[in-house]
Design a binder for this molecule. Structure first.
Ligand code: PMP
Length: 352
């Protein structure tokens, strides 16, 4: 068919499964197992029809202001989007327009190469070392921009702020995006560096540490000039990206810092306990600083464990991809969910 010659053909990103069955244990997409802050639920119940009838604030002003206050930056340094995926997609389009390749790790968030292909951005991947660490020297070659998550996904590995700064400092002529989707589970954010480096964009999300994946709230913080360029692209695309309820409920989440700290420290405590127990079952894993573990078993192939867990109604994530095909990514759930996982694995491993 002739018209097909003019179609933008892409191989889409494949998100983790959202199973329809009830009573499953869902540890496959790094959602938070706890509810959002109580104030979020209360306001959700009180929302009136105007929250639906009227167009939203096209700058998400109240939410951008709340985030600016929380992170001690100016509102003009904050850009809000529909999940960090939206923020990242806009940032790729805005900042990665060179003929030189952008750089990112070989094992990383599998959306980066999809956006690069979608926007026809040349890219080159840099191999992580045998401990899944970045090799900063790989990012000291001519390039059109850099992006990496810190901590990385799906490895869970945190890079020191020294390594992050070394990469930014060596690349002052391009934009460096640090994707901090998992920074709230024990990492040190690169945010203070935005004062020093006008080429740094830090991206974060409400999906994991603020328990609001379903509301689709993401944001980035950087120099005002970077944010102005992002807004130009966003307003050339769709003025009203974030809906009114998400903006209002997001503000409530930011206000309750005590709850945010409570749930993130609960997840960290569960993670550390589960590490010990999985080790006893013959698993090894990176020292994850995220809300998931990246684990491999000494004897049983990851794919087999993945399938057995799935058949038992416990969903984790598995990729049949180079370097990671013998690993499972297991989201940290509640204590009870992790007990069920561990009980199943204990029995399964004893029998295999
Ligand atoms: N970055 C990384 C590294 C992620 O793992 C995810 C979650 N899939 C995202 C960004 C996007 O998350 P969200 O769009 O829900 O903010």
């Amino acid at each position: 068919m002739k018209w097909e010659d003019n179609v933008r053909k892409v191989v889409p990103y494949i998100a983790g499964e959202q199973p329809k069955e009830k009573n499953i244990i869902k540890l496959n997409t790094n959602e938070c197992p706890y509810p959002p802050a109580p104030g979020v639920k209360k306001l959700a119940e009180e929302l009136d029809c105007d929250a639906m009838r009227l167009y939203p604030d096209s700058n998400s002003t109240p939410l951008a202001e709340a985030l600016a206050e929380y992170y001690h930056v100016k509102p003009g340094q904050v850009f809000v989007g529909v999940g960090s995926d939206d923020v990242l997609a806009m940032a790729f389009m805005t900042f990665f327009n060179s003929d030189k390749p952008i750089l990112f790790p070989d094992v990383t968030y599998s959306f980066y190469d999809v956006w690069a292909d979608l926007y026809r951005i040349p890219y080159q991947t840099c191999a992580l070392d045998e401990n899944w660490k970045l090799r900063p020297e790989d990012y000291e070659q001519p390039n059109g921009g850099i992006i990496f998550p810190n901590p990385n996904a799906p490895t869970g590995v945190l890079e020191s702020i020294g390594t992050v700064e070394r990469i930014i400092a060596a690349n002052r002529d391009v934009v460096v995006i640090v994707d901090e989707a998992y920074i709230d589970f024990g990492g040190v954010s690169a945010l203070p560096l935005i004062e020093k480096y006008d080429n740094l964009l830090v991206v974060q999300t409400f999906s994991k540490s603020r328990a609001m994946a379903g509301m689709r709230i993401g944001y980035c913080i950087g120099n005002e000039k970077l944010i102005a360029y992002l807004n130009d692209v966003k307003f050339s695309f769709n003025s009203y990206t974030m809906n009114r309820p998400s903006q209002l409920l997001g503000v409530e989440a930011v206000r309750d810092d005590a709850y945010f700290k409570e749930i993130t420290s609960k997840i960290v405590a569960t993670r550390e306990r589960v590490k010990k127990e999985l080790k006893e079952l013959g698993f090894s894993f990176t020292d994850s600083k995220t809300n998931f573990l990246f684990a491999t078993h000494e004897r049983i192939p990851a794919q087999e464990i993945f399938q057995a867990l799935r058949a038992a109604g416990i969903y984790v994530r598995y990729w049949n991809k180079p370097r990671i095909s013998n690993h499972l990514r297991i989201t940290i759930g509640t204590e009870e969910q992790m007990d069920s996982l561990l009980a199943f694995l204990k029995q399964y491993i004893a029998e295999h």
